[in-house]
Write a protein that binds this ligand. Structure first.
Ligand code: SF4
Ligand code: SF4
Length: 712
């Protein structure tokens, strides 16, 4: 696991009146317990991974409360967990990264939304939209609308976030509808505090068990025809009005008055902090965040409450809607509301702002200025000069620094996936470049230089499935790469089973690094057991498990090889064989090497303990003999390791920079293996740094020094 949450787990125990300090996503975790949640599940993914990670690590305390925590194998299984709240008055929460996770969970969500719930259900979505986003840029809003589930978007302030979690469960129960809560990266990581309450041990839980299913079988709770037809009507005729009533009665949305009463701003709750900062730059908000322009903050972005919007619009010449992402669902709905209420208030939003992409403070200042120029006599020069100053700073930096080199994301130092792509690159020189379907995970970094492999990316665990259409059209075998996380998430069924059923003839490389590494090294069904990790100092813990191989064999994969990643020569031979063998059918290479990030986290404390106990420890380092280095940098082009770089040539008669290994090398061995497999210049050396040396080490060292002296 990426982090130890010891301090955070302690703060989950805070009670009435105590102050919780921390980040937004942990406030959500605490609020779930304050709401009496009975079960929690999810699938990891930024920016909401910490919610489940903390709950998993706090298992002992969860057991005390009777809360069941499930680390689900996909978002679909997490969504299906919420089925517990259809028949029983148990509150449940699940979490995942959106939009990708919501796509995966779509089937279960539709059925859940159709059946409705009696126990409150909350789906916490990491809305990965904007400049820090790493997934397809879409909005969860569309899912809420099409299934008629409610969508919260709380103002990024811990007390508001906590209130919305607690009210979210109540809203869900009041309207028999699942509730989603979208949290952008900034909301998840916003720091703050709130006054805590006691946690509630759920009335129905794994401690307070149910005797069995409901006494009366209620057919209408099953999302199955003919019940689905009635449920479809209930959504708009009963549940939607109930939700709107609850939103109004409990003031979930917030209206702030302001002296500039002729205009008004309607904003998604999640954008509130950025908006206040933008108004501050324009001189329209004070240092404490009080706006001079009236604001209507939508902590619930779906459904809107027509009466609330109409009330806010009344008496105003114009409204400006700040809605991030496309299309402008909220703005369109507000236009309909104004029209139906026969209000002549002018409506602006996307016409003053860009349609797609993140609304940073600068973007909002520009948009607000365009809107206010038309409808207000306010002096907007502070905001405009702030924008000009920013632009001047950028131009000055560009003049002084020139064009900066791009910095695409990279594998970690010593990553076990790098050698596989080195081998694939070497073999491509002989057999030609194949079509490579990439998957979601660390290996997708191989799309960038120096590997430049990966022609498509269609989703988590989807690489082999996405090669199905293209493979028959290719003269060379198509290759799919997926991680062990993707394999268990979706790849086994969508990819492998489908390929076998259709008698496909491709190559699948599975990166078996032991964890769901890209999301924080969470555990998988094939993760090495705890004991193997605790004792395996110096060996690859990924070797301890053979679940992937036995599953593939059981499914009928005939051509199956497991190769140590760092053995580039064997990897290249195996990959070449897979690409060229006459044998038909799916060929799977399980590339085995523990995630180096997790390996180092695991080894560092073990090494530190050995050192403090005075035990002998050996650290391997690689280096480059600068006299031998030819300066052609083939090694750099074949590796891409950040610690293998270049420096000025110390020889005044040679101008080409030489390769060098800098501090940070973890001694993974790739440099040596590449030099050997690609027959590069013999400039690499392997050194062992011995700490707490024994008598024999000292003797060998003394002999070496004497010999060196003699020959020199
Ligand atoms: S997290 Fe692990 S698998 Fe991912 S790039 Fe780093 S070392 Fe490689
Ligand atoms: S041995 Fe080479 S590839 Fe491995 S960590 Fe050191 S410099 Fe990087």
């Amino acid at each position: 696991m990426e982090r130890q949450f010891t301090k955070e787990i302690e703060s989950l125990r805070l009670g009435d009146g105590q102050t919780f300090h921390g980040e937004g996503i942990l406030a959500v975790t605490k609020a779930l317990l304050q709401s009496g949640v009975a079960y929690v599940g999810g699938y990891q993914g930024a920016p909401v991974s910490h919610l489940l990670d903390v709950m998993v690590q706090a298992r002992e305390y969860m057991d005390e409360l009777g809360v069941h925590v499930e680390a689900c194998t996909s978002e679909a299984s997490a969504a299906a967990m919420l089925g517990a709240s259809i028949n029983y008055p148990a509150r449940g929460a699940v979490t995942w990264k959106s939009i990708v996770g919501t796509n995966v969970a779509a089937d279960a969500l539709s059925y859940l939304a159709s059946a409705g719930v009696i126990g409150g259900t909350l789906i916490v979505l990491g809305e990965d939209y904007g400049e820090g986003g790493v997934v397809a840029q879409e909005r969860s809003h569309a899912f809420a609308m099409k299934s008629l589930m409610w969508l919260l978007d709380p103002r990024p302030d811990l007390a508001t976030i906590v209130k919305m979690v607690e009210r979210g469960f109540e809203l869900s129960e009041a309207s028999s509808t699942p509730v989603m809560m979208e949290l952008r990266i900034r909301a998840c990581h916003v720091q703050g505090s709130f006054r805590a309450k006691n946690n509630i041990s759920p009335a129905t839980s794994k401690i307070n068990k149910l005797d069995g299913p409901p006494e009366d079988f209620i057919y209408d709770r099953l999302a199955h025809p003919p019940a689905t037809f009635r449920q479809e009507k209930l959504k708009s005729e009963v549940r939607l009005p109930a939700a709107r009533r609850f939103i109004v009665e409990h003031r979930l949305n917030e209206t702030f008055t302001g002296e500039e009463s002729g205009v008004g701003l309607i904003v998604q709750g999640g954008l509130y902090n950025g908006l206040i900062r933008a108004l501050r730059q324009l001189g329209l908000a004070d240092d404490f965040g009080a706006s001079r322009i009236p604001l209507h903050v939508l902590n619930v972005v779906y459904p809107l409450v027509p009466e609330e919007i109409a009330d806010f619009a009344k008496g105003k010449r114009a409204l400006f809607v700040l809605e991030e992402g496309q299309p402008e669902f909220i703005e369109q709905e507000i236009a309909t509301i104004l029209r139906r209420a026969d209000l002549q208030t002018k409506l602006h939003g996307k016409d003053c702002l860009h349609m797609a992409g993140e609304y940073t403070t600068e973007v909002m200042v520009r948009g607000l200025a365009r809107f206010l120029e038309k409808f207000s006599s306010r002096d907007l020069s502070p905001g405009k000069s702030w924008l000009t100053k920013n632009q001047e700073t950028r131009e000055k930096a560009a003049t002084l620094l020139g064009a900066l080199p791009q910095r695409p994301p990279q594998f970690c130092v010593g990553c076990p996936e790098r050698p596989v792509f080195s081998a694939m690159k070497l073999v491509a020189r002989e057999v030609g470049r194949p079509h490579v379907s990439m998957d979601v995970g660390c290996h997708a970094f191989a799309s960038f230089e120096p590997f430049s492999q990966g022609n498509t990316l269609l989703g988590y665990g989807m690489s082999l499935a996405s090669a199905a259409g293209v493979a028959p059209m290719q003269a060379k075998r198509a290759v799919a790469v997926m991680g062990d996380g993707g394999f268990w998430h979706n790849g086994l069924l969508s990819g492998v089973a489908s390929n076998l059923m259709n008698k496909g003839d491709g190559v699948l490389v599975i990166m078996k690094n032991g964890y769901a590494s890209a999301t924080g090294t969470q555990e998988l069904i094939s993760s090495p057991p705890e004991e193997a990790r605790a004792s395996a100092a110096g060996t690859s813990a990924a070797h301890a498990d053979r679940t992937i191989e036995s599953t593939l064999s059981g499914l009928g994969v005939k051509w199956l090889r497991t190769v140590n990643n760092y053995d580039v020569g064997t990897m290249a031979d195996t990959y070449r064989e897979a690409m060229t063998t006459e044998e038909k059918g799916l060929k799977v290479i399980v590339a085995e090497g523990e995630c180096q990030l997790e390996r180092q986290r695991r080894l560092r404390p073990l090494v530190a303990r050995s050192l403090s106990e005075g035990k002998r420890t050996v650290k391997v380092k690689y280096g480059v003999d600068e006299d031998t280095c030819t300066g052609d940098h083939s090694c750099v082009r074949l590796s891409g390791c950040p610690t293998l770089t270049v420096k000025d040539n110390p020889d005044p008669l040679r101008r080409d920079p030489v390769a060098t290994v800098i501090e940070g090398c973890v001694g993974c061995g790739l440099c040596g293996a590449n030099a050997h497999a690609a027959v590069l210049c013999p400039s690499f050396y392997r050194a062992e740094v011995v700490q707490n040396p024994g008598g024999f080490d000292r003797f060998v060292s003394a002999v070496r020094r004497s010999l060196q002296k003699l020959f020199q």
